[in-house]
Design a binder for this molecule. Sequence first.
Ligand code: T4K
Length: 400
Amino acid sequence: MTPKRRVDNLALFGGERLFSEPRHVNKPNTPPRELFDRYLDTAWSAAWFSNDGPLLRRFEARLCEQLDVRHCIVTCNATAALDIALQALRLPAGGEVILPSYTFVSTANVLQLAGLKPVFCDIAADSMNADPEQCSRLISSDTVAIIPTHVWGTPCDIDALQALSERSGVPLLFDAAHAYGAVHGTRRIGGFGLAEIFSLHATKALHAFEGGIIATDDDALADDLRLRRNFGFSGIDQVDLPGVNAKMSEAHAAMGLANLDVFPQTIAASRLCHETYEQGLRGIPGLVLRMPDPASQPNYHYVVAELDAPRFGMDRDTLTKLLFAENIWARRYFYPGVHRMTPHLPLAPQAPVSLPQTERACNRVLVLPAGAAIDLDDVRAICTLLRFISENAAVIAGRG
Ligand code: T4K
């Protein structure tokens, strides 16, 4: 890790890479191996590896306790969770679902596959979450659901969205993929809307290698979701509805439990990483770090920077190229915006003009390598490099 002294030292111009191996956005957390082994051993000795096993049940019970909800239905991933949740709502074919375009593509994909029509709303500039005012304007007689995302773990304007859902009678589901651990007011994220869906993907704050959670207080919905997760079986030889296989294995549940055991330490480490970036990037013109609101008890999992190109002296994509060359795999999430992605473009040809804040975020955001598992010396080296690039932006631009 040799710091750069001259522009020629940058890897893009032939210098040595800052890191010999890629530094990723959110390297997965690894809980102490013996914790994972201890959970897995119980599945091993019972030779029970899937299908509503004891570890899964334990995991679900602990999640209910932590999130303070009546039901947590754990699935193989959040995308499958959303799929069965939409099936459970029995929405009419062709119905419109309002969601932000500034989110991961999975939601819009599932909607299309379910025969529903994604309708993209713009985000609020400050929170980067679905703008309730915009959502309200998009409600029509064809609207059958609203699915906002708590982007980067920042809770949406939940009160306004719940009021909109109540006023319009349109069911509200939250995509809480990023938000495990956060609160809104005095209540944990997980307890809002008809249901909230978390991702337990390996790169998430709480993970189970892969996985998803549907958190809900609705008993009938929970019963329906449990059937749908397991092909619709309600008993031996008894299938009540056309379910799928969205089950989580015991090995995955073991990882989920082990990560849950150390979650407070995970948040503390992620917070330290965030603070190291805050300190290291302070004062760099045009590079603005998004600050989580301590009142929402954030998990500090994502370090999200916004680049103001004129002030920084370079556009976001040029900076991304420079960083990739150094083996810093900073990501332009959620570039180019779901409304511009091939499967969804024909549905919203007008979108680029009506989603100005989404366009702005897609063109400015850079998510930096972070999380609990990152080495803080790496973070310091990334900050030093970013400062060097900022100070030499004009010379770098001159190199083409
Ligand atoms: N809603 C939102 C708002 C989401 O962000 C997501 C998922 C979902 C819903 C759907 O949840 P799931 O169905 O996945 O449960 C990733 C993830 O695959 C995806 O889960 C995640 N969001 C999305 C934001 O990022 P990619 O293709 O951008 O990155 P990926 O998986 O290659 O991982 C990111 C980096 O981490 C890589 O550069 C490599 C590194 N990595 C990755 C894995 C899996 C590791 O070092 N070790 C690993 O084990 O999609």
